[in-house]
Design a protein around this ligand. Structure first.
Ligand code: ZN
Length: 342
């Protein structure tokens, strides 16, 4: 119980990519890039194991960005036609590729990465992919011209990919859907349906990460406009509780999500964010334990997975390492308390 995990990403070493930067350019030439990425995965696994993280990831060391890393090998997505658009309801600008034709996965996208990670850890392994709605929101589209139709096509492609990844020994596959917090009506209209299509037929554990975004300035500014209580999840949680997704990941540390909303996720595993990725202040084990205890009022310990609020890729490496240690230590504290009561 209280098995720990992380949302997905960890900072990359400075020899691999520019630090503390989203969409950071690689610093290795193409002939040594893949080897460097594999080395970085070994470091990411070692960091997590040393911190006592139970369900580990590859730290997303092999992709420049959590959405575009997947799209780079999908026919129909043209990276030569990049345009700058406002994403997440125009919260920030991003340079995105354009959909110009039918979607087709030429070959498995992340299979080598999963095999490499699987071969180098005995722990349970999770792999993250962008969810259909978030993909659609991080693209320009000149072919389908219909967000729902495009999302369903991406769900089909994601399903092909996840079946391959599952066969390579994944324990958990997670779809990242920060867009679920922006387009609440679309979540009800087609967002859940797209998730279901994406996970169709999978036997491994399935998770969805929803959140208020990385700790970058555009997000911090946006959060200031949301008031003292963030109740967006009041609309999405009942939909997710009724879905076929096994686990829901969200931020609880320093967030203004009222914890009683977790009651709406009854019956699901909840990945409770106990580490704030928007600050360089490092939580202590006791801070983590306090978040876990507060969430346990609504989520039983066997369904509660202490986690990070979001990806840690924009953080300094040393900060991320110490936050991981705090996460592991805080979970151990509460586990000991619970065992003392048995
Ligand atoms: Zn997130």
């Amino acid at each position: 119980m209280l098995d720990t995990t992380i949302t997905g990403s960890l900072p990359k070493p400075a020899w691999l990519a520019a630090p503390e930067t989203l969409w950071a350019p690689w610093r290795l030439p193409s002939e040594t890039l893949a080897e460097g990425q594999r080395d970085a995965v070994l470091i990411a696994l070692e960091l997590q194991e040393a911190a006592g993280i139970d369900i580990v990831t590859d730290g997303e060391q092999s992709r420049q960005h959590f959405v575009h890393g997947f799209l780079a090998r999908i026919d129909g997505v043209d990276f030569a036609r990049r345009v700058t658009i406002g994403i997440r309801a125009d919260r920030y600008k991003a340079e995105v590729p354009t959909v110009t034709g039918p979607l087709r996965r030429r070959e498995p996208v992340h299979l080598d990465e999963v095999r490499w990670a699987r071969a180098h850890t005995e722990r349970r392994l999770k792999f993250t992919l962008p969810g259909p709605m978030t993909i659609v929101d991080t693209l320009a589209d000149e072919y389908f011209r219909d967000r729902r139709a495009l999302a369903m096509e991406f769900a089909r492609v994601l399903n092909e990919e996840m079946r391959d990844l599952e066969a390579a020994g994944l324990d958990v596959v997670q779809l990242d859907e920060p867009a679920f917090n922006v387009y609440m009506d679309d979540v009800a209209a087609w967002g859940i349906e797209a998730l279901h299509r994406a996970v169709d037929g999978l036997r491994c554990t399935t998770a969805v990460h929803i959140c208020y975004g990385y700790g970058i300035k555009a997000n911090v500014d946006w959060k200031r406009t949301l008031g003292s209580e963030w109740r967006q999840y009041e609309q999405t949680f009942p939909l997710l509780a009724n879905s076929r997704i096994d686990q829901i990941s969200l931020e609880c540390r320093n967030s203004r999500v009222p914890l009683e909303l977790l009651d709406l996720l009854r019956g699901k595993d909840v990945l409770v964010g106990c580490i704030d990725v928007a600050t360089h202040d490092v939580e202590g084990a006791e801070d983590v334990a306090a978040t876990i205890r507060a969430a346990m009022k609504y989520v039983p310990p066997e369904r509660l997975f202490p986690c990070t609020n979001c990806g840690m890729v924009p953080l300094p490496r040393e900060v991320a390492r110490r936050k991981l240690l705090a996460l592991g230590a805080g979970a151990r504290l509460v586990r000991r308390e619970l065992q003392g009561h048995e």
